[in-house]
Design a protein around this ligand. Structure first.
Ligand code: GP9
Ligand code: MN
Length: 430
């Protein structure tokens, strides 16, 4: 009930961090692109294989002086995978300990999500995905989040041709090219989310798009990952050139993120080979949960930032850049550019990473050396306990918000409740 909301608010106000004022509003009024890089992991940045740079386009963006890049940014998903990533990115709420919140609560719950917040700032909002709209219950959840438009497969002229599809939907290059046609017609400023799919297990690539050899770990689940990652990189490269050519780049902020690991912890020998190690520890596996996170905008004061953060922190970061007031929202992350961030990053199972200590698979490590701490000193114990409490309480409070549908009792000042019935994503007959 609403007394649960009071305890959540207490927790949040105790942990609230002021955003970086130097960056406040630098992207005010810009179009926003959220480019979801399916299963893309941070270790692939600057990775060389087969005598080549695997992802030259994404690497170039990563190192651009107009890009804010983060090299300690973690995926924090649970069983909901992509859906958990979307939930965190656009609501700063964690996915649930089991199942997918988008599926279980996306239709009925009240949310105060990025599309609704920006819609109320005069933005047009649209999501794009080259598969059926029901996957992860997106068609219902997006209404609750206030998306004006949801362009799924049936909207694309090429969407249903077998040769234009691979794995989970339309091939990324075709999808992004077709989506651009719609993007171009959106009234500005707009917020557009583009969800790629080709770099998804089992990493199927067709011969005409093969441009690099598979890895040679001998693990057939892992080896083709590099081929679809290369394809994703080319797709992003083509999209970015279109953006420049169209003239949209100069008034847009482009956010790119990897949603979760592509190579799961069930493939330790292969992971060791890819990282050039004899064996992987739980510390290596914790590091392996890093995913790319980049914000690109002409004129942005960029650079590679080392702050520890994750998907939960994206929305507060973006709202600060966009100059949108964000002082009384129910959000569990904090601005990645804030100077006094907590930097304890929660994994969905209660493990965590931080600049000092890492807990993964129940083991503790010194984050700076990677050395396992088999026995903690009293001081270490205290620090680690504080971190654990923060992580446990944060996850529990977020779960309370979703399980209790607590946002129905709350409205940030100036925020208008989303009317789900106002949205209809069905393609009307031509
Ligand atoms: C399907 C795609 C994949 O629509 O988003 O979801 P995932 O399996 O990565 O959660
Ligand atoms: Mn995914």
């Amino acid at each position: 009930d609403s007394s649960d909301l009071t305890s959540v608010q207490k927790f949040l106000s105790k942990n609230r961090v002021a955003p970086n004022v130097e960056y406040s509003g630098v992207a005010k009024g810009k179009n926003v692109f959220i480019i979801h890089l399916e299963s893309l992991q941070q270790f692939m940045i600057d990775y060389k294989w087969d005598g080549q740079e695997v992802m030259p386009n994404i690497d170039k963006l990563y190192h651009s002086s107009d890009t804010l890049s983060f090299d300690n940014f973690y995926n924090q998903v649970g069983q909901g995978k992509t859906a958990d990533a979307e939930m965190m990115l656009e609501n700063s709420l964690y996915g649930l300990p089991e199942g997918s919140a988008m599926v279980m609560d996306g239709t009925t719950n009240t949310f105060q999500a990025a599309p609704a917040i920006l819609d109320q700032q005069g933005y047009t909002t649209a999501a794009f995905h080259g598969d059926v709209p029901s996957f992860w219950n997106r068609d219902n959840t997006y209404k609750s989040w206030g998306y004006d438009y949801f362009f799924s497969k049936s909207y694309f002229a090429n969407g249903n041709k077998a040769s234009y599809n691979l794995g989970y939907g339309m091939k990324d290059k075709i999808f992004l090219k077709d989506a651009a046609q719609y993007v171009q017609q959106l009234p500005q400023p707009f917020y557009a989310k583009l969800i790629t799919v080709t770099n998804h297990y089992p990493y199927i690539i067709d011969s005409q798009n093969e441009s690099i050899k598979p890895f040679n770990t001998g693990d057939s689940t892992v080896d083709p990952y590099v081929q679809t990652a290369r394809y994703l990189d080319q797709s992003v490269g083509e999209f970015m050139s279109w953006l420049k050519k169209s003239g949209l780049e100069k008034n847009s902020m482009v956010v790119l993120y990897g949603d979760h690991y592509g190579i799961s912890n069930n493939h330790k020998p292969a992971i060791a080979k890819l990282l050039g190690k004899k064996k992987v520890t739980n510390y290596d596996l914790a590091n392996f949960q890093k995913v790319p996170f980049m914000i690109h905008m002409p004129g942005l004061k960029g650079g590679i930032k080392h702050t520890y953060g994750g998907e939960i922190d994206v929305l507060p970061t973006l709202l600060n850049l966009l100059g949108v007031k964000n002082t009384d929202t129910i959000q569990f992350g904090s601005d990645l550019l804030a100077t006094n961030r907590k930097q304890t990053v929660a994994f969905r199972d209660g493990d965590f990473v931080s600049p000092t200590y890492t807990k993964y698979g129940g083991d503790y490590y010194d984050s700076t050396t990677g050395k396992q701490l088999k026995k903690l000193t009293a001081t270490q114990k205290r620090t680690v306990n504080d971190m654990q409490n923060y992580v446990t309480n944060s996850l529990a409070a977020s779960d309370k918000v979703i399980n209790g549908d607590l946002l129905r009792f709350y409205q940030p000042s100036g925020f208008k409740k989303v009317i789900k019935g106002a949205y209809n994503y069905k393609k009307s007959a031509a």
